[in-house]
Write a new protein. Structure first.
Length: 317
């Protein structure tokens, strides 16, 4: 029996040129590091650096003019025991968050369901709904300040058409926050777009299975759409909490925290302490308190996320 002999090529050691070109110390690696360097330096200098400095400043008394003085936990103690506006700002921010987030979640979801229909010109309608979300915050605030003008604003004009005397929105404390909440609904396009992506990712065979079982539109919505959309709802819930706790532009441009501190948001309080009263150390402490508060709320939402359904897995615990 003839046997075939397979020639085995000898293993050759890579040349120095090849190692320089393909090794971790080679040209390609150096090029990759150089391309990533601007982003890495930006992260270190403009993000991580200020975070570390603000943490150090939160334990100091610093007014920009004189050198910082270490005072330990005094800034944190002052916030909780000797700053009445701290609790007012926290109360206003919590009120705004607890009303705006659920309204935006519900309205954004309902609009996304409508925008997911297969009708003529749907792309145009989607664009119209999304456009307010990309309007600059200052321009949006100025526009709504005109809309809510009690004398010639569009809102009171429309209310007058149906026999309702429009309130003096940002002049009366009890209508200032409701006005900002209505204004926030105008920018639901961002969450609507995320919902729309989630809706279009739902497998069609799930709806077909409901039809086979004799289910109608409501059965599809209840047993397929809502469960499959819970991860998207959860994402928008987390992002909504984080963003509403950082509301600043609307109050700064439209009300300056008034009337009677009715729109005195937490970040506006932080801003005034930092840039009007030059209490940089105290403002840094306020920033870290806000970060810890948002972190605690976010972790709490994650802990209660048993209602979130993931396809192919059990509900998260």
């Amino acid at each position: 029996m003839a046997s075939s002999v397979k020639a085995i090529a000898p293993q050759t050691k890579p040349s120095l040129r090849s190692r320089l070109k393909h090794g971790w110390y080679g040209i390609e690696s150096v090029e990759g590091i150089l391309f990533a360097l601007p982003a890495l330096l930006g992260l270190l200098i403009f993000t991580l650096g200020p975070v570390v400095v603000s943490l150090a400043m939160s334990f100091s008394e610093y007014n920009i003019i004189t050198p910082a003085t270490f005072i330990g936990l005094d800034n944190y103690v002052t916030a909780f025991t000797d700053d009445e506006l701290f609790y007012q700002a926290l109360k206003v921010t919590l009120y705004y968050t607890c009303t705006t987030v659920p309204l935006n979640l519900f309205s954004g979801f309902m609009v996304a369901v409508l925008m997911n229909q297969d009708v003529k010109g749907i792309s145009f309608y989607r664009t119209i709904w999304y456009m307010p979300a990309i309007v600059p915050a200052v321009a949006s605030a100025v526009l709504w300040q005109w809309i809510f003008n009690p004398d010639f604003g569009l809102m009171n004009l429309l209310l007058g058409k149906i026999g309702i005397v429009g309130p003096r929105w940002f002049i009366k404390p009890n209508t200032a926050i409701p006005g900002l909440i209505i204004m926030s609904l105008w920018g639901m396009g961002g969450s609507m777009l995320i919902y729309l992506g989630g809706l279009q990712g739902i497998p069609a065979h799930l709806y077909e299975a409901v039809e086979i079982d004799g289910g109608g539109v409501w059965a599809k919505f209840r047993h397929v759409t809502v469960p499959m959309m819970t991860p998207t709802i959860f994402f928008n819930l987390i992002m909504g909490i984080i963003s509403t706790f950082q509301v600043f532009t609307q109050a700064f441009v439209m009300t300056q925290g008034g009337p009677a501190y009715a729109t005195y948001f937490y970040v506006l309080h932080l801003y005034k302490n930092a840039f009007q009263y030059l209490r940089m150390g105290y403002a840094s402490a306020l920033a870290w308190i806000l970060m810890l508060l948002i972190l605690a709320l976010t972790l709490g939402v994650f802990r209660s996320s048993g209602w979130v359904y993931y396809e192919g897995m059990e509900a998260s615990r």
